[in-house]
Design a protein around this ligand. Structure first.
Ligand SMILES: Cc1cc2nc3c(=O)[nH]c(=O)nc-3n(C[C@H](O)[C@H](O)[C@H](O)COP(=O)(O)OP(=O)(O)OC[C@H]3O[C@@H](n4cnc5c(N)ncnc54)[C@H](O)[C@@H]3O)c2cc1C
Length: 442
């Protein structure tokens, strides 16, 4: 079993495990940072040629905050905090879709420096994490498209688009929702399904909002968060960075053809048409959005994959390649946990590899799947339950008890400490996985 002692700066002694990571999203970057903390040597291969500040709003729950807060004594979390929404005084106003009345003001829990929450621009938060990974010595190779994967009894690696073969001890496929690694691990192509929903989303400056006295109040005195909940649709609108930036996400029914591309330019006219019977404030906000900022994002869905690790269960292979983050488990935005669960994966895998040691990376990967699988499946479900709870609201019941409509903040989701849990359960799970490997003579 691996060395659990810690050197002076909190980084564990070297394990000699070379971890090849595909994708520099939040999942891949976190896995790499945690690998450094636990003594491994990670290298990331990423297809994009340079870092770009992409996307719009993204949420990290306290269960992700607990991971960020451990990096560089909290300095990474402090940077992320400075550009994230602050709702301590405003909370979350939940409106009835047609009348616009505020049925509930959901208070924001007091800040917890050990487990902070972040809601901010995906690209800006990503840049902070990317820079930190580089600062602590993670090798990130950009412009490297991975074309294929290989593994045998003693090693695993990649084949890049230019034909270069890369060697390591273990490969983490954190290549996102359209993962190639997934096909390799499963041994077949797992096609995405339509979720039956899509989102229009936008991030824009407050200029036009400020110019109209009916909308200016959202941007004049700090950050705000408002949600309009209605039949089969919900519209979430936030202002951030003291009200200077605006962002909305509108979830609605859409039986799209999922063979198409998943992200298109959105049209203001379509959004307005959908909201024409809604509280006129929603249309006002839409009207202040520059059309080129609207994205029409189709939400695809996958049933939970049977395996995330090669050579495990029905999956072919030698047990040295695993999936992580969206590649293993895409989430619906209403769970607000997609990126957070990718972080939990990264924190877990680094602990398992250290505990199992270089000679037993296959036991580590199986233990990673065993400790994560049921939790992730349960959290994935919350994306559907929250959406369905909002889209089928019984307003008579809400009148009597407005709290039934609040955004769920459940302790089993938010209170989880992935690193601690892996430290506590790791030895037992690795021993069990090793028995399984022995019995299967793998
Ligand atoms: C450009 C972009 C914008 C996004 N915007 C938002 C947003 O606004 N709001 C939100 O909630 N979520 C957004 N997401 C999704 C969100 O970041 C993820 O759901 C979450 O962070 C989980 O991250 P992940 O690391 O598992 O996957 P991703 O963040 O999808 O990262 C996967 C990475 O793998 C790389 N990759 C894929 N295939 C290969 C290959 N063959 N070779 C090398 N590299 C490869 C991709 O370029 C990407 O950087 C976005 C994702 C991306 C990639």
């Amino acid at each position: 079993m691996g060395d659990s002692s810690t050197t002076e700066n909190g980084v564990k002694p070297k394990t000699g495990i070379k971890v090849i990571i595909v994708g520099a999203g939040f999942g891949g970057l976190t896995a790499a940072i945690e690998c450094i903390r636990h003594g491994h040597t990670p290298v990331i291969y990423e297809s994009f040629p340079s870092l770009k500040v992409l996307g719009d709003i993204i949420t990290f729950g306290p269960n992700a905050g607990r991971i960020f807060a451990r990096w560089d004594n909290g300095s990474v979390a402090a940077k992320m905090r400075s550009i994230s929404i602050d709702l301590q005084s405003y909370g979350f106003n939940i409106h009835k879709w047609d009348t616009g009345e505020i049925v509930l003001n959901q208070k924001t829990p007091p800040p917890n420096p050990k487990a902070p929450m972040f809601n901010g621009h995906r690209g800006e938060l990503h840049e902070i994490v990317f820079n930190y990974a580089q600062e602590i010595g993670v090798e990130i190779l950009l412009g490297q498209r991975v074309d294929n994967y290989w593994e045998d009894e003693t090693g695993a690696g990649l084949v890049l688009a230019d034909g270069t073969k890369v060697h390591g001890d273990v490969v983490i496929g954190s290549d996102g929702v359209r993962s190639k690694a997934r096909t390799l691990v499963l041994g077949y192509e797992d096609k995405p399904k339509s979720s039956g929903y899509a989102v229009w989303r936008a991030w824009f400056s407050n200029k036009d909002m400020l110019a109209d006295r009916e909308t200016a109040h959202f941007c004049e005195s700090g950050d705000t968060f408002n949600g309009w909940i209605g039949p089969d649709v919900h519209f979430l609108f936030s202002t951030l960075k003291g009200g200077s930036d605006c962002c909305w996400v509108l979830t609605h029914r859409d039986e799209h053809d999922i063979d198409e591309s998943w992200s298109f330019p959105g049209k203001i006219a379509d959004v307005k048409k959908l909201l024409h019977t809604w509280d006129p404030m929603c249309t006002k906000i839409i009207s202040k959005t520059p059309e080129e900022k609207i994205v029409d994002w189709k939400l695809v869905y996958r049933d939970p994959l049977p395996n995330w690790v090669s050579g495990y269960g029905s999956a072919p292979g030698h047990g040295r390649i695993c999936l992580l983050g969206d590649a293993a488990h895409p989430f619906l935005p209403t769970s607000a946990q997609g990126a957070t669960q990718a972080l939990e994966d990264g924190a877990t895998i680094a602990v398992m590899l250290r505990k199992a040691g270089k000679e037993n990376v296959r036991g580590a990967l199986r233990a990673y799947q065993d400790i994560r699988y049921e939790r992730v499946k349960k959290v994935q479900k919350t994306g559907e339950t929250t959406r369905d709870m909002w889209h089928n609201t019984d307003w008579e019941k809400v009148k009597k008890n407005p709290e039934i409509i609040q955004f769920p903040r459940e302790d089993w989701v938010f209170g989880h400490d992935a690193e601690l849990h892996a430290e506590e359960m790791g030895d037992e799970l690795i021993a069990k996985a090793s028995e399984g490997l022995k019995a299967a003579k793998i």
